[in-house]
Structure formats: C-alpha cells, structure tokens
Design a protein around this ligand. Structure first.
Ligand code: FDA
Length: 455
C-alpha cells in the first residue's frame, strides 16, 4: 500500500513507556502527535505473554513502593497492583555451598554485616552529594568516574564477602555489568536514582508490587487511548532535521513535524540516519553507553511448593548461575512461579550451551535454593533481550568507565528540534519504568513550552 504521509506537531520514535507518556502528555496539552514503533507491539522492554498455560512478564514488572511517578500514572489509568509474596524464610547459599535460611539481615558474620553497613554508608554519603539530574556536575565527578567500582570497594574493605554482597547489588542486581567496567560515579547515580542504597536493594521496597494484567498493559492502555496516532511495524530509518522542523521516515509512514522525540535506548540512537548528521560531540558520546546483559529466567510449577516449606521464594547466592530468585506467582493463577536472574558472563555461558543443557543448568540452580521439586516445571521461559534487534540487552544502558562525567551533560539536551527520552538517561527512576514515566512527563513539558512560544 502507498506510504502514509502525515503532518503533526511532534513525532515520537518508540512506543515504550517513555515515548508513550511523552505522547499522552502532549495530546493532553492540545498538540498533535504520531508515535512510530519498530515492533509489532507497544511496551518496549515491558512485555507479557501466555506461554504453556502460564502468564509470563518477560521484561520490566515490579513497582517499587517509592516510585511515585509510576504509581501516579497507574492511579490515573485505573490500574491495580498486587504485592509480591514474601512470607516465610529467604535462602542464602554461601560460596562454600552452605545453604542458610534467614529473615531480615543476611546470615553472615556480624563483622561482615558491619562491613556491609560501612560500605553502604560510604556510597550513600557520596550519592547524597550528587544532583541526580546532573551527576557530571559533582565537584569530584572526573575523579570518581575514573575509579572502577570494584577497585573502590577493594580500597575500603578487606572483607571479601562484604565486598561481594555490596558489589552484587549494584553490578549484578542493577547495571548487569561486571564492576570493573563501570565507575564509582555510575554506581553513585544508581544509588541516587532511588535516593538511598536501602531503597535500591531492599526487596521489600524495590520489588514491592506488580501490575494486575502485567506492566506492558500500562503501555497498551496508553496506546489504545492514543488510537490511530500509533503506528506499529514502523522502524524509523531516517530523521531529517532543520532549525524548526523534522521529517521522520519510517517503513510505510513519513511524518513531518515541528519536533521529534527519540524515545529509544541510547545504544539504538545510531540505528537512525540523521540528516544532517548529529553534532560531533553527540556522535562521540552516543558510542559510550552500552546495554548490560541479564537473563530473566522463569519457571512455573503446579503449585508454589516452596511456600508449604515455610519459604518466601526469595534467595541470594552471588556465585550461583541464578544469583537471585523471587516468588513471581500471579494471583489469578493456581500455579506458582519462580523468577531468577543470570547476569553478564554467566548469561553468555548459558547462551553458549545447547537449549536442553541451559535449561537444566538453570533449573539445577533453582533447586540449590528450593530443592529437587524445582527441577520439573510445568512451563519455563528465558527472556532473550540480547537477541532482540530493538533492545539489544537488559535491563538498560549505562556509561563505560569515564563516560558519565565526560559526556553525560549532553544526554538530556535537545539537538535543534530533536529531543531524547529514555529511562536510561533519566535521574530519579534511572533504568526503571518509573524513570520512563518521569522523562516522558518532563520531555512533553519542555516541548509544549516551545510549541506554545511558537504559536
Ligand atoms: P524501551 O526500550 O522500553 O522502548 C523503546 C521503544 O523504541 C521500543 O518499543 C523499541 O521497539 C522502539 N524502537 C527502537 N528503535 C526504534 C526505531 N528506530 N524506530 C521506531 N521504534 C524504535 N524496570 C522496572 O521498573 N521494574 C522491573 O522489574 C524491571 N525489570 C526489568 C527486567 C527486564 C528483563 C528488562 C529488560 C527491563 C527491566 N526493567 C525494569 C527496566 C524497564 O523495563 C525499562 O527501564 C523501561 O521499560 C524502558 O522504557 P523506555 O520507553 O525508556 O525504553
């Protein structure tokens, strides 16, 4: 069919939460939009599917109890949430294989707990000095951005287990990169994005609740309300721009607009050809943000068998294939579900195995926490974001060592009529759906001000 040609105030590229919230707010302010999405679905890194009789959330799913922007959006859309199951004991498997059940503090030596507190206090103190919207403006930004997070921990403590636990929370738990590849400044941003280390790592806060119907349904509802402004299967190939207009050329659709919002993760910016090319500093800066890698592994069982054993389904073991695990049962299902994470090199090792060996290795790891019943799930899914052309990793992107202080200052600035919006370049809520909501709100406000000034 003939390509569609449209004139709109704003063209939004990408129908993840960041792009959709931007579009929603612009429409509310009386402006016209078109949203161009590469995939045949909306939601980006949030996605759910029914597979082998179980409901799986493949991407982002949890709502932290302090994520106010996301919570306000959920209320606005009339979406309900349900709490994560967390009654009973958690499991910690130590490096020597010793399996310990616990509640509250980690079952490690009290001296190690004290070391953990000391390291966390040091990180919290640094994060408290940071303007979360401008990490590069910290007076010691350059210096802190030149120190590997792993070296910094080693310089502060001789307690190997304490270091490993703190390292794990930021590296494996959040950035999904090894801690020698990112800086103290990047770790500080991660902490400051949730205000405190506690908010970031306490699973009672961070993994508080899920959305009834799945997190993707938030994007689906916004897209449904935007109606025929959303185009699926429309990857934007070229973005021509001048001082006060853009033309976005997607497969099957061309949109002429006053402004563009590139609402894709930074590592994908260069999938679009800009005409003229973006300024040199951007072209350089955009090469220094990269995606982490994690496999979200989920196994559904006829019943949540761990609960009758007095277990919450929560477990940690930084040396295991699956380094953290949680109960991920949906309240509308009889089956119980476990979700676990396999991070960075471990994820690469797993993808290198034949599928059956990979499944066995991951289920054996679940069994290390919860016993042999974990070996025989009724449904099983590994989320493979690394091979998704329009994402290319998980959970999100971060700067390489030294990048945040050097190039971060350009990431939120428009280039002429082109704005950038993603959870990966947002301060509060960085790398989370909440961050996508926040940057969507903020980007729409910035553009609406300029549209009003034009009029
Ligand atoms: P996102 O990547 O979602 O959207 C970008 C969109 O642009 C995509 O739809 C893509 O297809 C499209 N696109 C790309 N290039 C294009 C082009 N050239 N033309 C047109 N369209 C293009 N967060 C959280 O709060 N709680 C959680 O529990 C988790 N857990 C989690 C698990 C896993 C496995 C992942 C992968 C991620 C999470 N996250 C999370 C992170 C969270 O999902 C993420 O931060 C946001 O969904 C990102 O939303 P954005 O809209 O910024 O990008």
């Amino acid at each position: 069919s003939a390509p569609v040609e449209l004139d709109r105030d704003v063209v939004v590229i990408g129908a993840g939460i960041s792009g959709l919230v931007t579009a929603r707010r612009l429409v509310e302010a009386g402006h016209t939009v078109a949203v161009l999405e590469a995939r045949d679905r909306v939601g980006g890194r949030t996605w759910s599917q029914e597979i082998d009789g179980s409901f799986f959330e493949i991407g982002g799913q949890w709502v932290s109890s302090d994520q106010d922007a996301l919570k306000a959006l959920l209320a606005e859309l009339g979406k309900e949430t349900f709490p994560r199951y967390r009654d009973g004991n958690s499991v910690y498997v130590a490096r020597d294989g010793d399996r310990r059940e616990f509640r509250g503090a980690f079952p490690v030596a009290s001296s190690t707990l004290e070391e953990i507190d000391r390291l966390v206090a040091a990180l919290d103190a640094l994060a408290a000095e940071m303007d979360v919207d401008a990490p590069w403006a910290h007076p010691r930004a350059g210096e802190l951005d030149s120190i590997q997070f792993s070296s910094w921990l080693a310089s502060l403590s001789d307690d190997e287990e304490a270091r490993r636990i703190v390292d794990h929370y930021i590296a494996a738990g959040m950035l999904t990169k090894r801690s020698h590849t990112f800086s103290v400044l990047q770790a500080m941003l991660m902490v400051a994005s949730a205000e405190t280390f506690e908010n970031l790592i306490d699973e009672g806060i961070l993994l508080d609740a899920r959305v009834v119907g799945g997190m993707q349904s938030v994007s689906e509802q916004i897209a449904a309300e935007l109606g025929d402004a959303v185009f699926l299967g429309a990857p934007v190939r070229r973005l021509s721009w001048g001082p006060s207009s853009v033309v976005a050329l997607a497969d099957g659709v061309t949109v002429r607009a006053r402004f563009a919002v590139v609402a894709v993760p930074p590592p994908l910016y260069s999938r679009i050809s800009y005409e003229p090319a973006l300024p040199r500093l951007r072209q350089i800066a955009h090469q220094h943000q990269s995606m982490g890698l994690v496999i979200k592994a989920q196994a559904a069982y006829d019943r949540p068998f761990w609960r009758s054993a007095g277990l919450s389904g929560t477990g940690f073991a930084s040396h295991e294939v699956v380094c953290e695990v949680y109960d991920n049962t949906s309240p509308h299902e009889e089956r119980g579900m476990l979700v676990g994470f396999v991070v960075s090199e471990r994820a690469e090792e797993m993808w290198a195995l034949p599928a059956e060996d990979r499944k066995r290795a991951i289920l054996e790891s679940f069994a290390a926490y919860f016993g042999p019943e974990a070996l025989a799930p009724a449904a099983f899914l590994l989320a493979d974001w690394g091979s998704e052309e329009w994402t290319r990793g998980a959970y999100a992107s971060s700067y390489e060592l030294g990048g945040l202080s050097r190039w971060g200052h350009v990431q939120n600035e428009p280039v002429g009529p082109i704005y950038f919006a993603s959870s990966d370049i947002q301060g509060a809520g960085y790398m989370h759906v909440d961050g996508g909501v926040r940057i969507g709100d903020a980007t729409a406000t910035r553009i609406a001000e300029r549209l009003t000034a034009d009029a």
